[in-house]
Ligand binder design. Structure first.
Ligand code: NI
Length: 190
């Protein structure tokens, strides 16, 4: 089932998400719905708060970028309770990011693209891996959502100011994009 994407300005995107336990009801179904919702909106990552569920769950599929970055080929991950440690010896890179919850805005964000990631998969198996490059950026972007952060929190006040009109429209739920959204105060249906 395709779920609406919650927009920037909705309090669920500012909440600290709860850890997931194996008895979480219908977790499999939620994961399937998040996948379907992400593919429908052409995303490469989605965090549970973006569909209004405040739990520590992320889905990433960067396979589509595999032609340009072969290391991303077939890279699909369900991250349950991910723990990111940024490895300070990594280079800082500046790359453009976007977010399904912040439609129409693309801005460069500086990140250290080298992390240690611990997580559980959908079978509750434990994983730990050092991840570098673009995937490390995607993981950080998605895991930020679990701590109530969005990528535009990382941009400069000037860049934020330049996007003010767009941000205000998103806050009003006044967006046009190719997928269903939910703002904090949805527009009245005509
Ligand atoms: Ni995002």
């Amino acid at each position: 089932m395709i779920l609406p994407i919650y927009l920037y300005g909705h309090p669920v995107l500012r909440a600290i998400s709860q850890p997931v336990t194996p008895d979480y009801p219908e977790l499999e179904k939620l994961i399937e719905n998040m996948k379907e919702t992400m593919y429908e909106s052409d995303g490469i990552g989605i965090a549970a708060p973006q569909v209004g569920v405040s739990i520590r769950l992320v889905y990433i599929d960067v396979d589509v970028l595999g032609d340009d970055m072969p290391e991303l080929k077939d890279r699909r991950m369900v991250l349950i309770n991910p723990e990111v440690t940024v490895l300070e010896d990594g280079p800082v890179t500046n790359r453009e990011e976007g977010c399904l919850s912040v439609p129409g805005i693309h801005e460069s964000v500086k990140r250290i693209e080298k992390i240690n990631l611990k997580w559980q998969d959908e079978k509750w198996e434990e994983h730990e891996e050092v991840i570098e490059g673009f995937l490390a950026r995607v993981v950080q972007h998605e895991c930020d959502h679990l701590d109530g952060k969005v990528f535009i929190d990382h941009i400069s006040p000037i860049r934020k100011q330049l996007n003010r009109a767009k941000i205000n429209n998103i806050l009003k739920g006044n967006v046009r994009c190719g997928y269903r959204t939910r703002g904090f105060k949805p527009l009245k249906k005509k």
